[in-house]
Write a protein that binds this ligand. Structure first.
Ligand code: DGI
Ligand code: FE
Ligand code: FE
Length: 192
């Protein structure tokens, strides 16, 4: 599947606003890949597809995750907002035969992050947060950081997301904490 095919596919299944968001993530992911030496084509494709099953029912998303168990399955014990990410990867693999492990992982972890993220995983995680149609407090600070230091921008995003979830007394998926701890530790090590 190429990028134009992916764009047509999501246009047919997503509401306009989510389609525009996905095109924004694709574009931003391509720019980040160019800047940080990643695979631009793969980044744009992953960005286009990352929310493909966002409007499936919770029952459908849950059934997909149960059908294909993996390290992501524990998300079923947390917010249902997390489910579209692993389910999206299962969907594009089964329906479109996309088998690139890095691309699939970038979709699986686009919502939560995880420790030891690949370059592509970081790019999609960050692009989802900072694409041009996003407008919420703090997004500009992360956009600025993304121009200078990828890890620092991802760390800022994790800090803001965790803080936001805590402020609303919502659960935090453990892999989100692990991603945060991983990058804090890297920062500490780099200052030694
Ligand atoms: O699908 P999008 O709206 O583009 O964005 P997303 O896939 O990053 O979904 C974000 C939602 O997930 C947001 O409402 C916060 C929510 N969420 C719930 N629990 C967690 C969580 N996000 C993270 N990172 N970690 C959680 O534990
Ligand atoms: Fe998402
Ligand atoms: Fe998204």
């Amino acid at each position: 599947m190429n990028i134009d095919e992916a764009k047509e596919t999501i246009k047919a299944v997503l509401p306009e606003k989510r389609f525009v968001h996905s095109v924004g993530v694709s574009q931003t992911a391509g720019e980040l890949a160019k800047k940080y030496g990643g695979d631009e084509e793969k980044a744009r494709l992953a960005g286009m597809l990352h929310d493909i099953v966002k409007y499936f029912s919770d029952a459908e998303l849950k059934a997909m995750i149960l059908r294909k168990p993996g390290t992501w399955s524990d998300c079923l014990q947390y917010s249902d907002k997390l489910w579209h990410a692993p389910a999206g990867a299962i969907y594009v693999q089964e329906k479109y035969g996309l088998n690139d492990a890095d691309l699939l992982n970038a979709i699986i972890y686009h919502t939560t992050g995880r420790k030891h993220m690949s370059l592509l995983e970081k790019i999609i995680f960050l692009a989802d947060y900072i694409e041009p149609n996003r407008d919420f407090p703090g997004v500009e600070e992360v956009r600025e950081a993304a121009k200078r230091d990828l890890d620092h921008a991802v760390l800022l995003e994790l800090q803001k997301t965790i803080t936001h979830l805590l402020s609303k007394q919502q659960s935090v998926y453990p892999k989100t904490f692990e991603a945060y701890n991983d990058l804090v530790q890297k920062q500490i090590n780099s200052m030694r």
